[in-house]
Write a protein that binds this ligand. Structure first.
Ligand SMILES: [Zn+2]
Ligand SMILES: [Zn+2]
Length: 147
């Protein structure tokens, strides 16, 4: 199976080792693994990779969220802090959304990067009717998920 973080690599060689408990090598790797965890509904992983200072008590998934793309614009790392700017596209029910966020990450004494916080910016997004469908079917949008 291809990794849900859209890296083009197989899941086993991409985010799965992180989901299985291996520390992420960089803030960007952690960010990708968290995106994949959202796509796979891995709430436990999302919580364990969240900085204790900002971690919510629990996490509920909005049902019916489909993740379509992840684009990483830049990432930086300085000492025990890191940041990643990215855009993710997803659909909730019939609503298409684009999320642009600068996430901040912290490196714990245990050697694990964790998500600290981020400023998220949500926009409505609508695929073009004649564009290839974002679900990856290689059909035109109007003949696929638009219906
Ligand atoms: Zn991945
Ligand atoms: Zn589709």
């Amino acid at each position: 199976m291809l990794c849900p973080c859209h890296s083009g690599q197989v899941y086993k060689q991409c985010c799965k080792p992180l989901h299985d408990g291996q520390p992420a090598a960089s803030p960007q790797a952690l960010m990708r693994s968290r995106y994949a965890a959202f796509a796979l509904d891995k709430a436990d992983y999302l919580l364990s990779s969240w900085d204790a200072r900002t971690r919510p008590a629990n996490l509920e998934f909005t049902q019916d969220t489909q993740w379509f793309s992840l684009q990483i614009h830049e990432s930086a790392q300085q000492g025990n802090e890191g940041s990643v700017r990215f855009t993710a596209r997803f659909r909730e029910g019939s609503e298409w959304l684009e999320l642009t966020e600068i996430s901040r990450f912290s490196l714990g004494d245990d050697g694990y990067w964790r998500y600290l916080d981020g400023n998220a910016d949500f926009h409505r997004w609508q695929p073009g009717r004649n564009d290839l469908c974002p679900c990856g079917s290689e059909k035109k949008f109007k003949k696929c998920c638009a219906r």
